[in-house]
Write a protein of this length. Sequence first.
Length: 618
Amino acid sequence: MRAHWVSLLLGLGLLMGTLSFHAYATSLPDEPTRAAVTAESVVQGTVALVFHGGPHPRWTPRVLDSLAERGLRATFFVVGAQVNEHPDLVRRMVEEGHEVGVSGFRTGEATTLGMAFAQNALADAANVHTGLTEADPDTPDLHLYDTRAIAAAVGTPGHVIRLHEASTTPGVIGLLADALPDHRFTTLTTATGRSAAMTDAGFGARVTGAAQAWSQHHGDVLATLLNVICAIVAVFALLRTLMQLGLAHTARRLHRVIEVKPHAPPVSVIVPAYNEAANIAAAVRSIVNSEHPAEVEVVVVDDGSTDGTAQVVEALGLPGVRVVSQPNRGKFAALNAGIALAEHDALVLVDGDTVFERDTVSKVVRPLGDLGVGAVSGNVKVANRGGLLGRWQHLEYCAGSNLDRQILNALECIPTIPGAIGAFRRAAVDEVGGISADTLAEDTDLTMAITRAGWRVVYEPAARAWTEVPTGLRGLYKQRYRWSYGTSQSMWKHRRALREEGRMGRFGLLYLLVFHVVLPVLAPALDVYVLYGAFVADAPWALVIWTVFLAVQTASAGYALRLDGESLKPLWAFPLQQLVYRQLTYLVVVQSLVTALHGTPLKWQTARRSGLAEVAAR
């Protein structure tokens, strides 16, 4: 998991770095026009001809042509950003025997970092590193713009003539050569008797230089793409909020006003368990103590546990409870084994770490009184919500999963009945061939199959079940990764529903694709956009937009808590959740998609349990 976090941070860092470098490279100050003559210690009879500020697309080629006509050599102090824009001119300078130095990455900025950037640009353009750096880029301007005045300023031999390419016409070189016929025009190092300044650039400098050049040239494309992605994220987020305010509220209101017919059939509760010794006793006791008027049998299928799960249940000695042990074959096999042994047609499937309230069984099977209903989703509540991570997951369950079910219930296309609590009609399960081994999210796969078969799947928020969530980031990551991976598998398996007339294809799969795949994958762009706008692009309004976006999400989460009958006190942790916890969900979705595309199998896993679910359900 650590490597995945590093990959995510590295990717976001590279994106931010590219955008930042583009902004830095393209916000160039105005280029000063400089023509100066300075007296330096040069070899007698030589004149060092030095050009600053290039390469310039218009003037540099003319200067090079004029030097070539007279066989003269010169030194060019180039600007890194201009090198990236015109690398061919720098290559020509080197190929024609001229000397190249760097004066910084941007004109007038001789910082250490700017010099390093300029050296990298030079390495990418001409595969050279130079020992010449412009120590004083602000050499006093002599204000000599007339070519004859520049030539006349060279009064004594042994001078360095410094010119700015943007203010140098080809005629200046000819006038200087005619004014000093007895002098040899050469490079700065030759004139001062120093060793050659240019050497071959290293591989690292060339790679870094290429990355810098790419960022400078294509950063605007990335910025535009980022704007488009942010707009898409904003539209999707607004759409989901509107659906929450509309459909979820309507579904809950209709649930209250529509009379539900009494229905209390005998129930078989199937409990697949793998290393659930910490919670299994509380789970089984809560089911046996259900206030259900008809018979409730419990079938516990121990799927090769190594922690004595089966022995814990057997030691309880509770009536109506059967324990079946089998070699570890996976959750789907444990569920199918339990269903085959179940005596009743109303089936309740529950995880081994889940604790029911006394009326949960009655409420979750009651909608099965409608003969068109094939399955019912219950309301999963977080038991261990005391710590910050627990609060975040509690908010996720209420403002995410449960609110999604409210929306999808209104659209009649619930794609997932959680493994923690769900009621099924045996006829519906049999019609789709039982629990499939095709995906890791057997609950999502089964729900989609039942819906596609023509059965209705409904949500009963009053049927509450308490589950223990992971208490560490590693366990949480593994769990969410498995969920996301299995959901991706199920969506791919049932992709043909998109061509069918049913609601699963028209609404359910599209909802999952947009809000559970596309939105989490694109959402990090919004965070990068805010950082880029606020701290790089001088756009503080980006923070305002993000604050408004966060406020809307917080209000939506508060609405979800109210809708679910929960206190608003945990809402203080929601902004922190968006800053930290949300990044984990991004990474989970991206990795699960990559894994699913590679077809890598995952096994049934279980997290460490502490047995807190029973306490919360009381």
